[in-house]
Design a protein around this ligand. Structure first.
Ligand SMILES: Cc1ncc(COP(=O)(O)O)c(C=O)c1O
Length: 380
């Protein structure tokens, strides 16, 4: 028998939807995928080339546990240039994706019973990380009417004397909400001595205004980021954590023990991604934006509720109550009967029950076909 806490962990529903969709495809059904949060673009050739060259050059050994110095420098450089900061490469830990960075950080941060304030709807895995490590997620609910923005007042209302951290995520999965600089600043002020954990994995995927990092407003913060989304590198497994200097030694010891280091040749690809040409990123962003505008219009026309435009990441969390209050059942119906895989809102917390998340990390042609099928199915 596995331990009780592993028995308790819920499935990541989007993966279950994907796995069921694959089963249907193997049985000969054609399925349109609007569920998965994975760029449909290939990784840029110069990034692949860097990994191949590293492999050919024998870069197949362990690296320093905190990562290749050159990649840590490239990460610091990237943040410093983009947000006018003064991060030292010594504050960067390279990890095998943002997920291991989250695990590493929560392993270091949480004592049993410690509370972590987070939004609801949330990225499905956040509460599971926290609970698995003995902590307790506490929710600051966000609402469709405010475009799912996490308000400083809601954060303040969720904080207690045992709050260990405030977790924010902008641009947000699953809502596509982009936090304003005022709100980031407001949350940083309310946080006081409680550190902010800022998951910035969708940074750069923004369609209006300017990107921001929490580090512009406070030094008392941990930033998580990675290469999966912006550089279309999900399968490479590469991410990083930026931490205040005093936490680096304990993080290093955890990394040495539990992960040793991130993949060596993949780290070389990371350097090429950050320091190489960025035109391919601009093109991807422009394409996502075109799809975003299309999907928003179509969803509204079909009868889904969208009170305010999502301006980042590549998701729309649409109110589907018109078609059913149980998002799990509705999602299942849309998959089995209409042949379109979508993510039930309930995957992202009770605050998203009655909603369906649509991902537009899929070609316009697919999105159109998927929405045609859904429209036809719901009209029947
Ligand atoms: C908000 C958020 N954080 C973290 C991750 C995990 O990313 P990675 O592929 O870097 O582990 C995802 C993936 O979907 C995500 O949406």
């Amino acid at each position: 028998m596995f331990c009780r806490k592993s028995e308790k962990i819920p499935p990541f529903h989007v993966m279950e939807v994907l796995e069921r969709a694959i089963e249907l495809e193997r049985a000969g059904k054609n399925i349109i995928h609007l569920e998965i949060g994975e760029p449909d673009f290939p990784t840029a050739p110069h990034i692949c080339e860097a990994a191949l060259n590293a492999l050919k050059g024998g870069e197949t050994k362990y690296t320093h546990s905190l990562g290749l110095p050159e990649l840590r420098e490239a990460v610091a450089e990237y943040y410093n240039r983009k947000f006018r900061l003064e991060i030292n490469p010594g504050q960067v830990v390279i990890t095998s994706g943002t997920s291991p960075a989250l695990l590493l950080l929560f392993m270091g941060l949480l004592d049993p019973g410690d509370e972590v304030v987070m939004s609801n709807p949330y990225y499905a895995c956040y509460p599971n990380f926290v609970e698995y490590l003995g902590g307790k997620p506490v929710f600051a609910y966000t609402h469709e009417e405010e475009g799912f923005g996490m308000e400083p007042e809601a954060v303040s209302g969720a904080m207690t004397s045992i709050s260990k951290a405030i977790l924010i995520n902008s641009p947000c999965n699953p809502t596509g909400h982009v936090m304003s600089p005022e709100t980031m600043k407001g949350i940083a002020e309310i946080a006081g001595t409680v550190p902010i954990i800022s998951d910035e994995i969708y940074q750069g995927l923004i369609y209006k205004g300017k990107d921001h990092s929490v580090l512009e407003y406070t030094d008392n913060a941990f930033v998580l980021n990675g290469f999966s989304k912006l550089y279309a590198m999900t399968g490479w497994r590469l991410g990083y954590l930026i931490a205040p200097a005093e936490y680096m030694r304990p993080l290093q010891k955890l990394q040495q023990n539990f992960f040793i280091c991130a993949n060596s040749f993949v780290q070389h690809a990371g350097i090429a991604a950050l320091r190489g040409p960025q035109e391919h990123v601009k093109e991807m962003v422009a394409t996502y934006d075109m799809r975003r505008r299309y999907i928003l219009k179509r969803l509204s026309d079909i009868g889904f509720g969208i009170k305010s435009e999502p301006e980042g990441a590549y998701y729309v969390l649409a109110n589907a109550r018109e078609f059913g209050s149980d998002s799990l059942l509705l999602g299942r119906r849309i998959l089995e009967e209409a042949g379109v895989a979508v993510t039930p809102g309930i995957d992202f917390g009770d605050g998203a029950q009655g909603y369906i998340r649509f991902s537009y990390a899929s070609s316009l042609e697919n999105i159109k076909e998927g929405l045609d099928r859904i429209e036809k199915h719901l009209n029947n």
